[in-house]
Design a binder for this molecule. Structure first.
Ligand code: FES
Length: 179
């Protein structure tokens, strides 16, 4: 019967087994197999990461196409039912999107999403200070523009485009803004 002896394991530092620390003698590593495994794992990691990145790009592209959707028109109120200084809460474009319509003067109407761009708390109008206030983390937005002026929010409130026709106020679109 032929006796086949297995070759001694190759140690990374090239020293013989008796000079290796005990932990390495107890757990000898096949360096070649280990490197092969590491290369294969690294290649797998690269492929999966690239795939995830491509899926992310596709998702962002689909979102931007979806965002360019056309909005349906929604009647908000008769103009003479909203006095100067008055605020009308409404939802647009869906029932899950709370907004505020603000009449700042006889001629001026402003409308914004009322979800704070920090962590989505509802903002409250403080028209005496010409601001919208988010009580969650003391965020403030300028009422005239919806831009953040204090606190954690960095992005302006989405503006709701409105039209007044024959004395009736309509919401017609949402304008997402980054600055
Ligand atoms: S949620 Fe509005 S400031 Fe944080």
């Amino acid at each position: 019967m032929e006796i086949v002896s297995t070759p001694p394991p190759a140690f990374p530092d090239g020293q013989p087994e008796e000079q290796q620390p005990k932990w390495r003698r107890d757990f000898p590593v096949d360096v070649e197999a280990d490197e092969y495994g590491a290369r294969r794992d690294f290649t797998k990691f690269l492929v999966l990461t690239s795939l995830a990145f491509a899926c992310g790009q596709l998702w962002i592209a689909m979102l931007s196409v979806f965002r360019r959707r056309t909005f349906s028109e929604q009647r908000l109120t008769a103009l003479d039912e909203l006095p100067v200084g008055g605020v009308l809460p409404f939802h647009y474009p869906t029932d899950r999107d709370p907004c505020l319509l603000i009449r700042t003067s006889e001629q001026e109407l402003l409308a914004y999403s009322s979800l704070c761009t920090h962590l989505m708390c509802p903002v409250l109008p403080q028209l005496h200070d010409k601001q919208l206030h988010c009580p969650c983390h003391e965020g403030f937005f300028e009422a005239a523009t919806g831009r953040p002026v204090a606190g954690p929010p960095r992005r302006p409130l989405p503006r709701i485009q409105i039209q007044v026709r024959e004395g009736v106020v309509y919401a017609v679109a949402v304008e997402e803004r980054t600055s």
